[in-house]
Design a protein around this ligand. Structure first.
Ligand code: HEC
Length: 206
């Protein structure tokens, strides 16, 4: 796995993630070190850093709105882009490499989970942690593929932040939403706010 990831991720990043996992193993816990939960990754790493990338790229739009103007970006902007890309890359890589994944630990809450119902989850139904867990376990390879796609995009952006390449920034930030939703659609099935409570829904539905 490390080899495969090493083909696209900057060496330091892969090593960093590997060392992190290694250190946790070495700590001598009886169970293999658990990766951070999916929920932790989404709420604390993905959403925050994706927002940074979107915010910085949207303020750099040229006057025609069809590309980015490098003059609108400061050295600090590029540093923030580099860091955001690196953090997403590291976490996505960690998720892809983890032996087992836990969607949500005790005390964690999935956006909209209270609207979830048992039984078969249709695509856009709200999902409970258990349902998301089952979806991932049923197709862990597919999940990893999306994580790797995201990590790759972020590795491109990290490199581009060093050369201040607005073309790559534009491509990556414009495609970022799709990289996120490409995984949300099959494994979470919703990126919308939860539907209104049942009573309300029947009224609306009529
Ligand atoms: C490899 C799969 C995968 C990728 C890639 C991915 N996500 Fe997620 N995301 C999930 C899953 C599964 C859930 C549902 C579990 C949850 O809500 O924590 C989720 C949920 C979320 C949530 C809701 C968290 C909550 O409060 O429940 C946010 C916000 C989010 N993702 C942001 C992002 C952003 C932004 C990106 C892209 C930078 C991204 N995700 C990329 C799998 C992914």
């Amino acid at each position: 796995m490390l080899k495969r990831l090493g083909s696209f991720a900057p060496k330091g990043v892969v090593l960093g993630a590997a060392m992190l996992a290694g250190a946790a193993y070495a700590a001598g816990t009886a169970k293999p070190a658990a990766a951070p939960t999916v929920n932790d990754s989404m709420t604390k790493v993905m959403s925050v850093n994706a927002q940074t990338i979107w915010d910085i790229s949207s303020k750099a739009f040229n006057h025609r709105g069809d590309g980015l103007d490098a003059r609108k970006l400061t050295a600090k902007d590029w540093e923030q882009l580099r860091d955001a890309a690196r953090l997403i890359n590291e976490r996505a890589t960690l998720l892809a490499k983890a032996d087992t994944l836990v969607v949500a630990g005790p005390g964690e809450h999935l956006l909209g989970e209270e609207a979830a119902h048992g039984g078969i989850k249709k695509t856009w139904d709200a999902a409970s942690p258990k349902q998301v867990q089952e979806l991932i376990e049923a197709d862990r390879k597919g999940f990893n593929k999306h994580a790797v796609t995201l990590a790759r995009g972020m590795a491109d952006l990290e490199r581009a932040s060093k050369t201040r390449d607005v073309k790559v920034l534009y491509r990556v930030s414009a495609g970022l939403d799709e990289m996120c939703d490409g995984c949300h659609q099959p494994f979470w099935g919703t990126d919308d706010p939860p539907p209104p409570p049942k009573g309300l829904r029947t009224i609306v539905g009529r």
